[in-house]
Design a protein around this ligand. Structure first.
Ligand code: NI
Ligand code: MN
Length: 226
């Protein structure tokens, strides 16, 4: 599995030759100016919720790559109305087997509306299970007890958790979330993009280290292998 960070909550994950892209928000992100969105690969674009900072480049990349947009019913319908027909609708708790593995659209405690203000359904998150490993993209969320259900569903190898505070969990709550999901390898997301969510990375890493867990800050544009 190859994991590339594109900033904010946007990750590219390659599993068995298929490219998954989560929450594309690259071109409006000043921290991701060096990323050329025309070169971002995607067979599937997975969208946790409708906010601009999770969907901004989705239509462009979907149309350029011919990717299937995977999200809740309301969000994929919104993209259909924008002219992208390749969609896969899901809703909270549902699971589907794709050609790279299975996707469960799981809950998140947040809000969701589309950039034009239309209804975006309930916000969600994704649990991905594949022969190359299992992981959780938490989307935007506060700490929630639903996370305790995840170990009953699958054994995670790693998880992307928001740590920026203000709109989502902070680092301390992300440590509690990592206990809930029984996962010790955490990739940090949803920090530094805006003034409201600037974090001290050293303190964040230390907070996880104190409890014997690892918080990774992947550079924007960097690819790691797992
Ligand atoms: Ni949001
Ligand atoms: Mn967000």
């Amino acid at each position: 599995m190859k994991i590339t960070y594109y900033g904010h909550a946007c990750w590219g994950v390659e599993i068995g030759g298929k490219n998954l892209l989560f929450d594309p928000f690259i071109s409006p992100n000043p921290l991701a100016k060096h990323i050329d969105i025309a070169s971002v690969k995607a067979d599937y674009i997975l969208i946790t919720h409708g906010h601009e900072d999770h969907v901004a480049d989705a239509l462009f990349i979907a149309q350029k790559t011919g990717a299937t947009i995977v999200s809740n019913f309301e969000i994929v319908n919104w993209f259909m109305k924008q002219g992208h027909e390749k969609i896969h609708p899901m809703n909270i708790g549902g699971k589907w087997k794709f050609d790279f593995g299975s996707v469960t659209y799981f809950s998140a405690t947040h809000s969701s509306s589309m950039p034009d203000g239309s209804y975006g359904g309930n916000p969600g998150s994704f649990i991905i299970e594949s022969s190359e490993g299992n992981f959780y993209h938490a989307g935007d969320t506060g700490l929630m007890s639903d996370m305790k259900l995840i170990p009953l569903i699958t054994k995670l190898d790693f998880a992307m958790l928001p740590i920026g505070d203000n709109f989502t969990m902070d680092t301390h709550q992300a440590v509690l979330a990592s206990d809930f999901i029984q996962c010790d390898e955490i990739l940090a997301m949803h920090f530094d993009t805006f003034g409201y969510i600037v974090v001290n990375k050293e303190v964040a890493v230390e907070t996880f280290k104190k409890v014997g867990k690892k918080l990774h800050f992947v550079e924007i544009g960097q690819t790691i292998n797992r």
